[in-house]
Ligand binder design. Structure first.
Ligand code: HEM
Length: 253
């Protein structure tokens, strides 16, 4: 074929007739590109980046619960986050390293989710006839949950890290007071509680999907992983929601 690349012509070893009838070979790929463009590759990236974010959430909820031990404990923990790694790295570099890893995980998770959902739409034979029935309840929940969480994270960082949209005067280095300000508004409580429910649903299904992608093994392990997903999701949601509830009820003040 006239359009065959020079590389194809140079490396092809088949007979002339086989060459004429053979379909055009895809351009050669590096193993990384091949992995990334395969569906299983993208699912593995989703699973791995999801697990990184999950590890962050487990640490974050544990840190947030320090709010029940008073301002010194909570502000001390926030300060520790800023200086962790300082003996080895330069001041605040530990925090920036964690932020970069987290941001890369969020980016990889979002890009692979988008590409997998495009691929799924393209592969569907009845694209227009029964579009609503096409994606399962779980897929739609994950898609919307992911979008809600992405928007929440932007709002949350602007609220409690930079203070840009913070209600009341944001005080750098005094997160205890900042958290109380946020949960003293009806919209702060509403946004957080909706987002925490989304976290629970997303983690429950996401953890289970990741386990399937990475290989469940056997029926006994499958049951254990399902139970782990349920417990993790419930503990995260309850732990996060405890903070606004603590402020609303006056336990944290
Ligand atoms: C009641 C729930 C939550 C509370 C009270 C809370 C509290 C905080 C506070 C005080 C900070 C600022 C730390 C600092 O700059 O000193 C923060 C940062 C952050 N939180 Fe939360 N958080 C909650 C839930 C969540 C959830 C559910 C997520 C993710 C889905 C999340 C993700 C983050 C991220 C990504 C940062 C930015 C870290 C940074 O770069 O400084 N948080 N959170």
């Amino acid at each position: 074929m006239a359009l065959a690349s020079s590389k194809d012509t140079a490396t092809s070893k088949g007979s002339a007739s086989a060459r004429d009838t053979a379909p055009a070979r895809p351009p050669s790929r590096t193993p990384t590109r091949g992995f990334w463009s395969s569906t299983i590759g993208k699912k593995t990236v989703m699973a791995a980046s999801g697990l990184i974010m999950l590890a962050y959430l487990v640490a974050h909820v544990a840190g947030n619960l320090k709010v029940f031990f008073g301002p010194e404990e909570f502000n001390g923990y926030a300060h520790w986050l800023r200086v962790m790694g300082a003996p080895i790295l330069h001041h605040e570099w530990g925090l920036w390293l964690a932020r970069i890893v987290l941001l890369a995980a969020v980016g990889a998770h979002a890009v692979s989710a988008y590409q997998l959902s495009r691929r799924d739409l393209k592969a569907r034979p009845t694209r227009y006839a029964h579009r609503r029935k096409g994606s399962s309840y779980a897929t739609r929940t994950m898609r919307w949950g992911g979008i809600i969480l992405a928007l929440f994270i932007v709002w949350h960082v602007l609220d409690l890290t930079t203070g840009t949209v913070h209600p009341g005067g944001f005080e750098e280095g005094r997160p205890y007071q900042n958290v109380i300000d946020t949960f003293s508004t009806w919209y702060g409580n509403t946004i957080y509680i909706v987002a925490m429910l989304a976290v629970g649903l997303h983690v429950r299904h996401g953890f289970w999907s990741a386990a399937q992608t990475l290989g469940v093994g056997n029926a006994r392990r499958e049951r254990l992983l399902r139970r782990t997903a349920d417990v993790l999701a419930l503990a995260l949601t309850a732990g996060f929601i405890a903070v606004p509830v603590g402020v609303m009820t006056g336990v944290v003040n």
